[in-house]
Design a protein around this ligand. Structure first.
Ligand code: 4AD
Ligand code: MG
Length: 432
């Protein structure tokens, strides 16, 4: 970059100076001998005012010819103007087109979702998409900071695995040199051994589920962050999960106001989520749902509709615990007072965004876990190493997983998870 090349985000720091920018034409308006160019460089967008009288003939020709999404360079004086978006404008002294763009498929007019999804690689440039992915970036950084500040160690779990973690129905199978292997559904089983090495650990990466459900809340590839903590029991786990969500919401409110404005997000909804969350048991949740006319019976899993009804009732994230063990994963610790129940928790986001966190205390007794693995008909051979964790210095421990896209969808207010990840993978959709 040449000396005075600055990014649009930092233009304000260069008031009355001449600067150079490189970027793309976001839009253009011309009125006689003045051109108003919206220039985007990735860090922001600025209006550049080009006046024929102040430009060379070539530069003015380029102003006239430039099309949306052309690659451009521009020089100009930074003028502070509080009325302008970002508080500055650029008075152009030189302008040139580096790559004249043919008709760009995505225009300010309305496009159908199928069309936009086919052009996801170009759709990324749109202001709402950029805002949503910028919030995602802040959330991901917030996740890493949260755990780093609390002295957790990052343990990257493998993506190619020999066995299932969250049930066999949603596994993507692949060939591993002649043997079957599966894309990871959760890093949890690989985190548990690491607590004996590091105490507090987390993993953060893509996870895969061959979900046949075509809903706005399901992706087949999504990012999950999972902490796991030695000697942490169920009460402490609930507190950790709540503090985690509150911290992330607070961070988004503090640092993403510009993006939330682009997305027209109702901030008041998010502010409520920095107060303590209501906590109810599964049994209580079922009672409440029945009162509200839902058809659920005790023992059944909560459906998407049930989650929405609960979230509406509390108008805040709600923590549900003590589920029937029969509907939860094999590794969950039973409640000592009522072993029919599992020490599992779900956090349901408000406004219909559904379950954002699932977690539990884990069974730490070797023989009991062995019994559960057999009851669930899981291949013993594949879980030998997992049982070792209980064989050599076991301890009570707990953890949870949060789906990043569900959380970002809630923060941004976008209805469908597909707009919270750069390249969504969904049922029958893998292009581009
Ligand atoms: O509740 P789940 O299945 O929990 C686990 O995988 C545990 N092993 C986590 C743990 O205890 N370490 O998934 C956790 C979260 C859900 O609450 C949801 O936010 C997200 O992962 N999730 C999905 N997000 C997008 N698309 C899907 N198909 C998802 N399935 C789960
Ligand atoms: Mg779950």
């Amino acid at each position: 970059m040449s000396e005075n090349t600055v990014s649009i985000r930092h233009l304000k720091e260069h008031a009355d100076q001449v600067v150079h920018l490189k970027g793309w034409l976001n839009g253009k308006r011309r009125s006689g001998k003045i051109g108003f160019l919206q220039i985007r460089d990735g860090s922001g967008t600025v209006q550049a005012v080009a006046s024929r009288a102040e430009l060379s003939e070539q530069a003015w020709e380029d102003v006239k010819a430039v099309t949306q999404e052309s690659t451009v360079h521009v020089s100009g004086t930074v003028k502070v103007d509080e009325r302008a978006p970002g508080g500055v404008e650029l008075h152009v002294t030189d302008f040139g087109v580096d790559d004249l763009c043919g008709e760009f498929p995505i225009t300010p007019k309305e496009h159908g979702t199928a069309f936009l999804m086919e052009h996801r690689h170009l759709w990324l440039r749109s202001s709402r998409q950029r805002a949503a992915l910028a919030v995602r970036n802040e959330v991901c950084q917030g996740i890493r900071d949260f755990f780093y500040e609390r002295e957790f160690t990052l343990i990257d779990s493998p993506i190619l695995t020999p066995a299932a973690c969250e049930g066999t129905s949603t596994l993507f199978e692949t060939d591993y040199f002649g043997d079957p292997a599966f894309l990871s559904q959760s890093g949890q089983l690989y985190l548990e051994p690491a607590i004996s090495a590091f105490g507090k650990v987390y993993c953060f990466g893509p996870t895969f589920r061959a979900e046949k459900s075509k809903t706005r809340r399901h992706l087949t590839e999504f990012w999950m962050v999972e902490p796991e903590v030695a000697f942490l029991e169920f009460g402490g786990l609930c507190d950790l999960a709540e503090e985690f969500i509150q911290t992330l919401v607070g961070r988004v409110l503090e640092r993403c106001s510009e993006h939330l404005e682009v997305l027209e997000r109702d901030i008041a909804q998010l502010e409520k989520s920095t107060h303590p969350f209501p906590r109810i048991t599964y049994t209580k949740a079922v009672e409440l749902l029945k009162e509200k006319g839902q058809s659920i019976e005790w023992g059944e899993d909560l459906g998407g509709e049930d989650e929405t009804v609960l979230a509406e009732h509390f108008d805040q994230p709600v923590l549900i615990s003590h589920f029937p063990a029969a509907i939860k994963a094999f590794y969950m610790e039973p409640d000592a007072d009522d072993p029919k129940l599992a020490l599992g928790l779900d956090i349901i986001a408000p406004e219909g965004y559904g379950e954002i966190i699932g977690g539990s205390q884990r069974i730490h007794d070797h023989d009991f876990l062995l019994e559960r693995i057999k009851e669930h008909d899981l291949p013993l051979e594949a879980f030998k190493w997992y049982l070792d964790v209980r064989k050599y210095g076991t301890c009570p421990h707990s953890g949870f997983g949060m789906g990043v896209e569900r959380f970002v969808a809630w923060m941004t207010g976008v209805k469908h998870l597909r707009e919270t990840i750069p390249y969504p993978r969904m049922l029958y959709k893998i292009y581009p």
